[in-house]
Design a protein around this ligand. Sequence first.
Ligand code: HEC
Length: 299
Amino acid sequence: MKKFIPAYVSVPVIFFAVFGAIEFFVDSGDRPAFIKFPMVAVFLFVFLFLVIAIEITMRAVDNITYLLLTEEEKIKLNETNNLSFKDKEWYKKLMEKLTKTAPLADEGQLLLDHDYDGIKELDNNLPPWWVYLFYASIVFGVVYMVRFEILGADNQEMELKKEIAQAKIEVAEYMKTAPDMMDEKTVTLLTDPADLAAGKVIFTTNCAACHRADGGGQIGPNLTDDQWILGGGIKNVFHTLVNGGRDGKGMISWKGTLKPKEMQKVASYILSLKGSNPVDPKAPEGEVWVDENATVAVK
Ligand code: HEC
C-alpha cells in the first residue's frame, strides 16, 4: 500500500506552485493574474477540489483495505512502511556515489598513524560532490575574472545606471503620447482656439468666483498682468494648479478636480489673457515674470 503525502501539505504546495507559475509566466500588467483572468482561478479551484476529493477517496480505500488484511499482513506492512528512506537501496547508492566513502569494514586500511590522545584520523577520499563544486567555483572564478576585470563588462552600478537611463527614455516616450499624463515638466502651452475656449469654460465654472470672469482678480490675484506671485509661464501656472497656492491663501490644489489635460487648457487660457487690461483690475502682486526661454533679456 502506498503512503500519500497528506493533503494539508500537497494541496497548499500545488496551489502556490500554480499560483506562482501563473504570476510568473502570464503577463498581466500591474494587476494580479488572477484578477485579470478569473477563468484561471476557477480552473485552479476546480483542480484543487479534485485533488482533495481524490485524496479523501484514496484514504478511505486505504483504510478499508487495511481492515481486510490478516494480522500477519498488517505487521509486515507496518514494517515496510516504517523502513526509513535511509535504508532504501537507491538512497544508499546515491550516497555512495556522492561521497565515495569506503565501507566501514575497510576502515582499518584508511587509518593514519596520527593519534592525538586517542583521536585518530581516517584518510578518506574527498567527497566527489565537494570536489566538483570546487572545480565549478574555479571555472566560475576564471569566467568572472575575465569578464569583469579584463573585458570590462558592466558592474551592478553601471547596469543600474543604464536601466535608469533607459527607463527615463521610456517614461518620456510614454508621456509624449499619453494625453492625460502630464506634469509641469512636460506641459506645453496650447494656442489652438478650441483648447482656449475649453479653458475659458473651465475658468468660468471653477475660477471666476475668485479671479473674476475676466481674470482681473478679486479674492485671487490678477491673472492678466505681468506679475506673478507663484511664477508665470505655462509650467509654473500648471504647477500652481496642481499644487495650489501658499497655505491659507485660498487657492486650492485642483488635481483632484481637474484632469491634467483640463489644467493645461485653463492654464493656457489664463496666459492668453495677458495684457487684456480688464476694467478695474486688482493691483499687481508678486514679481514680473520673465520667461526663461525668452530671447530678449529683460531686467
Ligand atoms: C477660493 C478662491 C479661488 C479659486 C476658486 C481659485 N483661485 Fe486661484 N488663487 C486664489 C488665491 C487666493 C491665490 C493666491 C495664492 C497665493 O498667494 O499663494 C490664487 C492664485 C492663483 C494663481 C497664481 C497667481 C500668481 O500670481 O502666481 C493662478 C495661476 C490661479 N490662482 C489660477 C486659478 C485657476 C485656474 C482656478 C480655477 C481652476 C483658480 N485659480 C481658482 C484664489 C482662488
